[in-house]
Design a protein. Structure first.
Length: 1002
């Protein structure tokens, strides 16, 4: 009880007002499952080319996005990603100019008019800087290195290397024991990145490191002598700090004048001064009273993108002082160790540095590098705190893609902002990668864990809707619960731009959403509403997780590779995320009744892989957790030690070894953690028994509803879910917003078992509410011939839809009653539809290619089909883009046997689809596994069926890439770019008649 009270007391901390409540269960308007509120819906990243564009078109784009199902936009002043645009005037139309303020205000008004919410980057481009004076101390800093060998006679006399590069921070000498050339990585996430093919690796004698800056004269001169006995070789390393003056928007003026003449500069991300430069600019140039009022009304997040800033070494002038305070020694003589792979490890993978220095110690100097990164993290946290506090003061929240790409432990910083954000591009749709990011946020009870979703290399104008939804489903499986789609384009005219309009990233990344995509008005809204309902279920209530996996790295892998490589937890259905030892300092990190964070995720065990890198504080915290009853499983043996300082781990190794003696700590072989959990009586909240991989999430809402999300990955699968609840299960259909009781399930021993069949990449949502009783009887076994059902107005009556096949299989009810023969009727057999008429509405270039405001020039062609094949296989439309209308007739009723109704089964519709039957548009359906009930609209005689299928624009656009300009540039693709994609309705369409069988469930 005392531990429980301590957990609760730790959470009773001063909070901001309700408007900036970032915690699970925050009192906001969520809307309903059928119609989620704007704040809960997905948003678009909206790329504003610059402030010269027509604001009425901007407003129309925003309102159109809302009408299509989005909750608003993330309003990003793009400025061609920091490139120079010929003819653009960014002195007049740059970020923060009066023209920009006007269009910023117009966008706010559009959100207000349409009932939407808006995010706004705190700077142009990726939000990583603002216009400023070049001498501003809050701008980005760098640490440059110059190195020279000491002559063989051991005497160095003269000017030190690199003198004049910047302010001298340190001059370090060291004996070189060996040197060799090494190859740097050759592949980068970003096309066209800087390449440093090789580097020189030096092994330095640790005991000879010495710092000499106090001996350097005011003109950079130095005289030193070093030992030469035994052929010793020495080397000097000089370190200079200087501002990079990197710009996220270049200057378009050669004259000085206002602050806008110089463009926009990247700020220091490792000190509060960088945040102050940003907020000072906003206060002086943008935040007039009317804008403040409108932001309170419709604002959501102030925001910054992933760290896309480059340098030689991540640095801030106060770093030596931060380091000294944190670690108790000076960093200066260890600076040679940090000049390799300590810049932007995501964007500069091919340019990590040209010199790598290692020490002749067991850890090769890793402890000093880890200490440097920890100190750098302190500066980064000060930057985040400055921005968060400023945004919160406006009754708004701050969101950021915290840490990754930088040489930092991302997990340590995820809780530092109101709404941490990750992205599908850098994470490569890795569920394990998402779990790494999500863990600290879940422990910190963050209501929103956001994701920049849908950027894929070389998929511009060809990223199909189901591919996007697959990416979203994997992110949800990893614990993400909000999506900002990448991205929505400005649809009007812009300088140097032809039809189809402004194309951010010049065809390198998907996607360019707008009414110029055929899917936009032909099925995309169904996808947006589907995502909105997913987000609703994933933002309501408290996420519950089974296992916390420990991990510590001083710099998180920029590609978020899998850490726990065993499959045992996944196969049994255990849900898990990752925590770093920094997470243990959170007030929620308490154990009560054997559960970590009982009022939060409720972890019932911790798994520590042998690769876990334990810190001394982590060992002590883990011992405390175990003594308070939390099972701790060491997978693969004792974990590694995390190096700090001189790398001496003797004391830490003893602490780690002593873990074996602590009660509730268990050691298992790799892949045996799940068996140990089960032997301890710990079962997953959601056990999985399936012939494939299923991922799940579980959330418990204060209104009594528990939400279970399930993703069936890659292939068609079938199996059972055993859920730790006896509440009644319902299907929550994210495509329609409907809720219906589950017909078939079993309950025993406090668990509910639900059978499922999932198509490849299909998702389903189950809601559990109320308690089962005699008034909610159900089936425990249903014949395979039952392909659907409807509950009537009475809870105990159900109408089964029985198809052709075996009708003598037994229907078993939960009260023990069985029905051995459902019907004496003979349902008509299923059949395939052939003899289609395809009308293609071609979307092509306008006569005036320079008019980018036109959606497309359209004309129709007609094609007779006996089977449904790809447009690629029909020569006359192989390069066509647009909308296909597939029409055929269904004769009803069937000429043989009996039928009361029928289902329509379509093949997967990769880029969305709509179905019209006898002139009626049918309800939305699952694009991964389309199934529609035609019964309500069937008439005797001929029934007309039309399937509306939008294509991507790629196949047509690729025929004319050399004519398409955006912001003065052609597409940045090699040759003709990626291959054509398959468009159209491809596969088999079936009609499955059924007969109605009414069953009383009592």
């Amino acid at each position: 009880m005392q531990t429980r009270l301590l957990c609760l007391a730790a959470l009773l901390l001063p909070q901001y007002g309700l408007a900036v409540d970032d915690q699970v269960g925050a009192k906001i308007d969520y809307g309903t499952f059928e119609n989620p509120a704007a704040r809960v819906r997905p948003r678009f990243r909206y790329w504003l080319p610059d402030a010269s564009v027509d604001p009425t078109i901007v407003q129309k784009n925003i309102k159109d996005a809302g009408a299509n199902g989005a909750g608003g936009v993330e309003f990003l002043p793009y400025y061609d990603y920091g490139n120079v645009v010929p003819g653009a005037d960014w002195v007049t139309y740059g970020f923060g100019t009066p023209a920009f303020v006007d269009i910023f205000k117009a966008a706010l008004q559009a959100h207000k008019d349409a009932g939407l919410v808006r995010d706004f980057p705190l700077g142009p481009n990726q939000g990583q800087g603002v216009p400023a004076s070049p001498g501003d101390e809050g701008l980005q800093w760098d640490l440059s290195t110059a190195s020279v060998a000491v002559p063989l006679n051991g005497s160095y006399h003269g000017q030190i290397p690199g003198w004049g590069t910047g302010e001298l921070i340190a001059l370090v000498s060291a004996q070189v024991l060996s040197s060799r050339n090494i190859s740097n990585p050759t592949e980068s996430l970003i096309p066209g990145s800087e390449v440093q093919p090789t580097a020189t690796q030096y092994v330095l004698r640790n005991s000879t490191l010495q710092e000499w800056s106090q001996n350097v004269t005011s003109t950079g001169e130095l005289s030193l002598s070093f030992p030469t006995t035994g052929g010793q070789r020495y080397r000097l390393f000089a370190f200079y700090q200087h501002q990079t003056l990197h710009q996220n928007v270049p200057s378009t003026s050669n004259v000085s004048g206002t602050i806008f003449n110089g463009g926009s500069y990247v700020v220091d991300h490792f000190s509060a001064k960088g945040a102050e430069t940003v907020t000072r600019f906003w206060d002086e140039y943008i935040l007039e009273d009317e804008i403040k009022q409108m932001l309170v009304a419709v604002g959501n997040y102030g925001w910054e993108d992933s760290m896309e800033i480059t340098a030689n070494v991540s640095w801030t002038p106060d770093l030596p002082n931060i380091f000294q305070r944190k670690h108790g020694y000076s960093i200066k003589k260890y600076l040679p160790l940090i000049i390799y792979k300590n810049n932007n490890i995501g964007l500069q993978t091919t340019a990590p540095g040209t010199i790598q220095c290692l020490l002749d110690t067991p850890d090769q100097g890793s402890g000093y590098i880890n200490d440097y990164r920890a100190a750098l993290g302190e500066g980064y946290r000060a930057y985040l705190e400055g921005l968060t506090q400023w945004v919160n003061a406006m009754d708004l929240q701050y969101s950021s893609q915290v840490g990754y790409n930088l040489n930092l432990d991302v997990l340590a910083h995820v809780p530092d902002v109101n709404a941490p954000e990750c992205e599908s591009l850098a994470f490569g749709d890795s569920i394990d990668g998402y779990r790494q990011f999500v863990g600290p946020a879940a422990l910190a009870s963050k209501r929103v864990i956001s994701n920049e979703m849908g950027a894929v290399n070389y998929k511009a104008f060809q990223h199909q809707v189901t591919a996007l939804l697959w990416e979203i489903a994997r992110a949800i499986a990893g614990g993400v619960n909000q999506f900002v789609l990448h991205g929505h384009t400005f649809s009007g005219n812009y300088v140097g731009t032809t039809w189809p309009g402004n194309t951010p990233f010049h065809f390198l990344f998907s996607e360019l959403y707008s009414e110029k995509q055929p899917s936009w008005n032909h099925g995309f809204s169904e996808a947006l509403n589907y995502v909105a309902r997913l987000q609703y279920t994933q933002q309501k209530g408290q996420p519950k997780l089974d296992v916390a996996i420990y991990n510590k790295d001083s710099a998180t892998d920029a590609q978020f590779g899998t850490i726990y490589n065993e499959t045992d937890l996944l196969e049994e259905g255990f849900t898990y995320v990752y925590l770093s030892p920094d997470s243990f300092a959170l007030p929620q990190a308490c154990v009560s009744n054997g559960t970590l964070a009982p009022d939060g995720p409720g972890f019932r065990a911790m798994v520590i892989p042998s690769s876990g890198n334990l810190t001394i504080d982590a060992v002590r915290d883990i011992k405390k957790f175990a003594r308070n009853g939390l099972p701790v499983i060491l997978s693969g043996g004792l974990p590694n030690a995390y190096y700090t300082g001189d790398g001496n781990t003797d004391a830490l190794a003893m602490e780690i070894s002593s873990l074996e003696e602590v009660q509730n700590v268990h050691i298992v072989s790799p892949g045996q953690a799940s068996k140990m959990l089960q032997s301890l009586g710990i079962a997953p909240r959601v056990q999985v028994q399936a012939n494939g991989t299923w991922y799940s999430t579980w959330r418990s809402d204060a209104d009594g509803v528990d939400y279970l999300f399930v993703l069936g990955d890659t292939v068609d699968t079938a199996g059972n879910l055993s859920v730790a609840t006896t509440k009644r299960p319902y299907f929550f259909d994210p495509w329609t917003g409907s809720q219906s009781p589950v017909l078939e399930y079993q309950q025993s021993s406090g668990r509910t078992v639900v059978p499922l069949h999932l198509a490849a990449n299909q998702t389903t949502i189950l809601g559990f509410r109320g308690t089962t009783s005699n008034t909610s009887l159900h089936a425990t076994q249903v014949p395979s011939s039952v392909i659907g059902y409807n509950y009537g107005n009475r809870a105990n009556k159900v109408q089964l839809h029985v198809s052709s096949g075996s009708t003598d299989q037994t229907l078993s009810l939960s009260n023990g009653k069985t029905i051995s023969q459902l019907t004496t009727k003979d349902p008509a057999p299923a059949y395939q539809l052939t003899n289609w008429t395809l009308t293609v509405e071609h979307w092509e270039r306008p006569d005036n290619l320079s008019d980018a405001s036109i959606i497309a020039a359209k004309h129709n062609t007609t094609h007779k089909l006996t089977s449904l094949i790809s447009w690629q296989d029909i020569p006359s439309i192989a390069n066509a883009s647009g909308v296909g209308y597939y029409t055929t007739n269904i004769t009803w009723p069937p000429t043989t046997n009996t039928a009361d109704g029928a289902y329509l089964f379509l093949p997967q519709t990769p880029n969305a689809a709509r179905v019209y039957f006898n002139g009626h548009r049918l309800q939305a359906f699952d694009f991964q596994a389309p199934k529609l009930d035609l019964s309500a609209y069937l008439v005797s005689g001929e029934n007309e069926l039309t399937v509306e299928v939008p294509s991507t624009m790629w196949n047509y656009l690729r025929t004319m890439l050399d004519e398409l300009y955006s912001a003065g540039s052609l597409p940045q693709l090699e040759g003709s770019g990626p291959d054509p994609v398959h468009n159209g309705l491809i596969g088999v369409v079936s009609v499955v008649p059924f007969v109605n069988v009414n069953v009383d469930l009592f």
